[in-house]
Design a protein around this ligand. Sequence first.
Ligand code: G1P
Length: 277
Amino acid sequence: MITKCLFPAAGYGTRFLPATKAMPKEMLPILTKPLIQYGVEEAVEADMNVMAIITGRGKRAIEDHFDISYELENQIKGSSKEYLLDEIRDLINRCTFTYTRQIEMKGLGDAILKGKALVGESDPFGVILADDLCINPDGNGIMHQMIDLYEKYKCCIVAIMEVPQDQVHKYGVISGRTIEDGVYLVDDMVEKPDNDKAPSNLAIIGRYILTPDIFEVIKKTKPGKNGEVQITDALLSQAKKGMVLGYKFKGRRFDCGSVEGFVEATNYFYDMTHKKE
Ligand code: G1P
C-alpha cells in the first residue's frame, strides 16, 4: 500500500508575478479551489492519507488552508454558505499533513530529498507537482492508475505523455521499450533537452512513484540542467539498472504553471460545472 504523497511546493511561481509575490502559486484557484487541493484530492482518490508538503518562505497560506479556521467556521455556521467548506473539511479529517521547508531552491531533486524527513526511508511514495493539474473524467485518477501499476512492477514510475516535438525542451523526456500497452521500460531520460536532441517526444508529467532508495541516489546526483539537482538525472541512474517505467496515463493534463494552461483549466472546469445552467 502506498499511503504517502509528497508535494514539492517551494518554487517561486515567477510566471505568475505579481500574483505570486505574496501568495504561493499552489494557492492560485481554478474556479474556487486552489491548485494544491486538486492535487491532494487526487492523492486521496488513490487511497493515500499522508500528505507531505515541501514548502518554502512565504508559503504559510498552504498550511492554513489545510487547517481549521475557527473564526470563519464560527461565522458561517448554520448559514447557506457552510457547505462550501465541506470538501476541504473532509480532506482535513481524512489526511495528516506534514511540512518541511526547502531552504534554498536547488531543484526538484533536492526538494524531493528534503521530503525524506517526512515520508521516511522504508516505503515507496507518490509525488505530485500541483501545477500539473491532471484529471480523468472516465475512471481512476492518474495517481491511482500509477499505484495500480506499481503493485505489478514494484519500481519507480514516471507519468508521461506525448507532446509536440517543438515543446520537448520544457520537460524531462524519456525513451524506452514498450512492455505493455502504454508502459515503457525507460532506457534514457534527459531533463529539458534541446528540441532536436530529445530521445523522443514522451514528456514527463508531474506524477511519480518513487522507491525510497531514490534518496541515496539523489544525494549522489550532481547539479544538472540550470545548475539544479534534477530528479530526472537521479532516475536515469535507476533506469540504467532497468528499474524505471514510463506510464502513458489515461486522462488529461493542464499545465497550470503557464498562464495559457491555467486559463484552459479554468474554462474546462467552468464548462464542467456550469454547462447545465
Ligand atoms: C519538472 C521536471 C520535468 C517535468 C516537469 C513536468 O520541471 O523537472 O522533468 O517534465 O516538471 O511538469 P518544471 O516544470 O518544474 O521546470
